[in-house]
Design a protein around this ligand. Structure first.
Ligand code: SAM
Ligand code: SF4
Length: 388
């Protein structure tokens, strides 16, 4: 694989409130140490960059947590560092995750002026009762305000793309509610939608409520019905599915997420961030920074890293990861790229293992791509196990 790094993820691990369903690496802070966190991010970039080779960057993703709480100056400082050290390719995609509401989204126009080209906003729902059930801080009115701002920034060309995250399959939600959410969001001209079924993650307040009978467990059948309905609900707005949970207008698929799903290397920095970088003598190295702020900061103060995960990835493991993410893409797994990265023998062996599922009509093979037939998406995990 080409060892040059073209993609960077920066994690911002602070939120104003922890939503009951969320198990991401994030901390609720009354006063967010914006400047101190920036200095530690720059220190980690310096340290990790010593052993990396960069190509002009194609994508940068500021994820969280709530990175729209960091401020445009900090985002601009990280981008300036990346520009000095690696430079940017023509027309880079630089995404900022934001939460709705003036308090949490900050000044989106100032973020665009600092270099952000794409905003991904966590709308989740457009009904107050469901936002409360999801334990979100924002209400429907502030969701509409932020969407209107995004619509203006897109229309004036200050942003190139905008995404909204949506959670579906919340107990009590109907198909009509989902249709209203989709139509309400896309009325503002957004180019991308990510729709995730509500998952009860172990250890979250939601999991405890479900256990105690204070909240209902999401219904698998209803979630499957909604997943099936989404392409039809989004088609009138010009968005098509390109990954199981992601829909875009032509030319607006997330290039950063596609880099993950097609097995590219990426540098990741920040508390709890996970990266995948070249490793001499192996296919790559997957690492995960400590989720503990203190440990991560203390190590950096001594020019060291504090990691919870450090795993050398061999060709077999990388093949499994490529199947896992590639088969979720509507365009399927690119077998030519697979052979370039992992060798033609592995590609031929994979095609042989895939043949029974192709014959059954669960997988398709076309134009050097291997994909899952839509009706078999619900059985994706067992199909992947059959191919691994
Ligand atoms: C970690 S959040 C970060 C973005 C931002 N802070 C927000 O909340 O919108 C990324 C997205 O993951 C999704 N997500 C997180 N936990 C989830 C869960 N348990 N079930 C379904 N979706 C979830 C939400 O749609 C959320 O927007
Ligand atoms: S705002 Fe986003 S990252 Fe923060 S707790 Fe809620 S879902 Fe998780």
């Amino acid at each position: 694989m080409n060892p040059a790094i073209r993609h960077v993820y920066v994690h911002f691990p602070y939120c104003l409130h922890r939503c009951g369903y969320c198990d991401f690496a994030t901390t609720v802070a009354r006063v967010i140490p914006r400047e101190r966190y920036l200095q530690h991010i720059l220190a980690e970039l310096e340290l990790r960059a010593q052993s990396l080779h960069f190509a002009p960057l194609e994508t940068v993703f500021f994820g969280g947590g709530t990175p729209s709480l960091w401020g445009p100056a900090a985002i601009g400082a990280v981008l300036a560092w990346l520009n000095r050290r690696a430079g940017f390719a023509q027309d880079p995609e630089i995404t900022l995750e934001a939460n709705p509401g003036a308090l949490e989204s900050g000044d989106l126009a100032a973020y665009a002026a600092a270099g952000i080209t794409r905003v991904s906003v966590g709308i989740q729902a457009l009904q107050d009762s469901r936002l409360r059930a999801l334990d979100r801080l924002h209400d429907a009115a502030s969701a509409h305000q932020t969407l209107a701002q995004l619509g203006d920034l897109l229309a004036s060309g200050r942003l190139k793309s905008a995404n909204a995250d949506l959670i579906f399959g919340v107990p009590g939600q109907t198909l009509l509610d989902l249709r209203a959410d989709v139509a309400g969001i896309l009325a503002y001209g957004l180019s991308h939608l990510s729709a995730y079924s509500l998952t009860v993650e172990a250890g979250t307040p939601l999991a405890a409520q479900v256990r105690r009978g204070q909240a209902l467990r999401p219904d698998d059948d209803l979630q499957a019905t909604m997943l099936d309905a989404l392409p039809g609900l989004l088609a009138p707005f010009g968005l098509a599915r390109y990954e199981v949970s992601n829909y875009a207008r032509p030319g607006h698929a997330s290039r950063h997420n596609l880099a993950y799903w097609t097995g590219r290397y990426y540098l990741a920095v920040g508390v709890g961030a996970h990266g995948f970088v070249p490793q001499p003598g192996a296919l790559g190295l997957r690492y995960g920074n400590s989720r503990k702020h203190e440990a991560w900061q203390r190590a950096l103060a001594q020019q060291q890293l504090s990691e919870d995960l450090r795993e050398t990835i061999d060709a077999g493991q990388h093949q499994d990861e490529r199947l896992l993410t590639g088969l979720r893409l509507t365009a399927g797994l690119d077998l030519a790229a697979f052979a370039v990265d992992l060798g033609d023998a592995r590609r031929q062996a994979l095609q042989l293992r895939a043949q029974p599922a192709i014959d059954r009509g669960d997988l398709w093979l076309h134009d050097e791509h291997l994909g899952v037939v839509p009706h078999a998406l619900a059985r994706l995990d067992s199909l992947i196990a059959e191919l691994a």
